[in-house]
Design a protein around this ligand. Structure first.
Ligand code: GLU
Length: 472
């Protein structure tokens, strides 16, 4: 069987985590089976669909590297096909016109609910043989007896009695088709073999299967994916933080980390956590998708992201860091080589944005020193270490890390003090803070002139402070 899957988002917002996970599972299943993966934009809701959302979907899919096969389909460009099929069902008496007023339907619904039943159309127009009119909708003539059964990849066998299904509206009074109808027509005409989608559609499936039967079309296989919950167990939503895929890009996550994270939302392979895209394609199995909802776990995503940052090519990280610094309006001094910055923070930064934040002190003048650090280490005893360091820094011919390490060690030895008496004031001088990477590494990245300048500035600051306190 030729496998063809599709991702069929409605463009009414950004590409969110749940949608991206659905897309990924469809994509992997297609790739694993050497099939095709179709992207179909379900934009028939003209009021809620926007071009921005369409672009956001394209952008998200591209960022995650889920390339679709063939053209992108837009349902709004397929109205003639839907119209033809609606007519076919009307001609075959598998659909009929209905002119029940909104008021009648509302009253009926209310009464049914009051009586503790499910709201459903009572079939008033079913056998009236009405013809088209301005206020007529088209309803599908759902079979009245028997059951609909399908074997879902995730949920197993699901059986629904036709008595529970009413006659669905397939065309509105203006002739535009509705979701449950367009989705079936498209899935038939695009030869979709496996419909993989969120389980919020599971109740639509029996209705859709009846439409397949009415059109004498082959029924695809279905896989309904469980929903994604937030850290707190509630359905994942905006209040759990970023739910838009591109927000992860903006927040400094790598696409391969997000993709890797998504694949584990509801699917596992032994106890493996890290998957390249090729491994995902090789190992993904729709039958192994969990029935239970999966919970979003930001710390796990962070762990995965950190892993991929550590593995990433430094040149690539430089480009990403540059974009982030650009957003922050930071101009990188030409004396700083960003490769050195990346290498300094690659092991510890969880995201590119964090890397930028950690490195920020290197690109800007230090405006204030951390108050606690000033109190603790900017003391009279730091004057001589500063002076000695400045002299030694000025004398260095080759500004290599190893030489800078020696320079600090020599200062400590010469002054016969503990390492902290030199290292701590120097760190505050170079970073403004009492913690950060090793001094020799920072000095190497900052360059000779800037390292001397910062140490001199700190010395001046210290002298001014001591004078003010009347200590010198
Ligand atoms: N357009 C539908 C949605 O965004 C998906 C339909 C489907 O996958 O069958 O929820």
């Amino acid at each position: 069987m030729t496998v063809i899957t599709r991702f069929a988002p409605s463009p009414t917002g950004y590409l969110h985590v749940g949608g991206a996970r659905t897309a990924l599972f469809s994509y992997l299943f297609a790739r694993a089976n050497k099939g095709d993966f179709i992207l179909r934009i379900e934009d028939t809701d003209l009021e809620r669909s926007t071009e921005d959302s369409v672009n956001a979907i394209f952008e998200g899919m591209k960022w995650l590297g889920m390339e679709n096969d063939g053209e992108v389909y837009f349902q709004t460009k397929r109205f003639p096909q839907y119209k033809e099929k609606i007519q076919q069902l009307l001609d075959d008496d598998k659909a009929y016109y209905c002119t029940c007023s909104k008021q009648r339907l509302d009253e009926m619904r209310e009464a049914q609910m009051k009586a503790g039943g499910k709201p459903r159309y009572d079939g008033k127009c079913r056998n009236l043989g009405l013809t088209n009119s301005d206020d007529a909708v088209v309803r599908f003539r759902n079979p009245q007896g028997g059951d609909v059964t399908f074997d879902d990849y995730v949920r197993g066998v699901i059986t629904t009695s036709n008595q529970e299904l009413d006659d669905l509206i397939i065309a509105r009074p203006d002739g535009t088709p509705t979701y449950n109808f367009t989705v079936v027509i498209d899935d038939i005409e695009m030869n979709i073999s496996h419909v993989i989608r969120g389980d919020d559609h599971i109740n639509n499936t029996p209705r859709q299967i009846n439409i397949y039967h009415a059109l004498r079309a082959e029924i695809p296989k279905f896989a309904h994916l469980p929903m994604i919950l937030g850290d707190d167990g509630a359905r994942l939503s905006k209040r759990h933080g970023a739910v838009s895929v591109m927000e992860y890009a903006e927040n400094g996550y790598l696409p391969e980390a997000v993709l890797n994270y998504l694949v584990r939302l509801g699917w596992s392979y032994e106890d493996k956590e890290l998957f390249t895209k090729e491994e995902m394609i090789k190992l993904f199995d729709l039958k192994k998708v969990n029935k239970a909802p999966s919970a979003f776990n930001t710390s796990k995503l962070n762990w995965i992201n950190q892993h991929y940052i550590q593995q990433a090519d430094s040149e690539r990280l430089v480009e990403l860091l540059k974009s982030r610094l650009c957003v922050l309006d930071i101009v990188v001094p030409h004396t700083i080589n960003l490769i050195n910055v990346v290498e300094m923070f690659k092991e510890r930064a969880v995201t590119i944005n964090e890397m930028a934040d950690l490195a920020l002190f290197m690109f800007k003048d230090i405006e204030t020193y951390d108050e606690k650090a000033v109190k603790k280490v900017f003391k009279q005893s730091a004057i001589v270490p500063f002076e000695t360091l400045i002299n030694k820094m000025s004398a260095v011919g080759d500004w290599a890390s190893a030489n800078l390490h020696d320079l600090i060690a020599d200062t400590v030895a010469e002054l016969e003090v503990g390492f902290g008496k030199v290292g701590q004031p120097l760190r505050v001088a170079l970073t403004g803070q009492s913690s950060g990477p090793a001094n020799d590494a920072i000095m190497h990245v900052l360059g000779q002139a800037e390292s001397i300048r910062r140490t001199e500035n700190a010395l001046q600051f210290l002298i001014a402070k001591l004078k003010k306190q009347g200590l010198i």
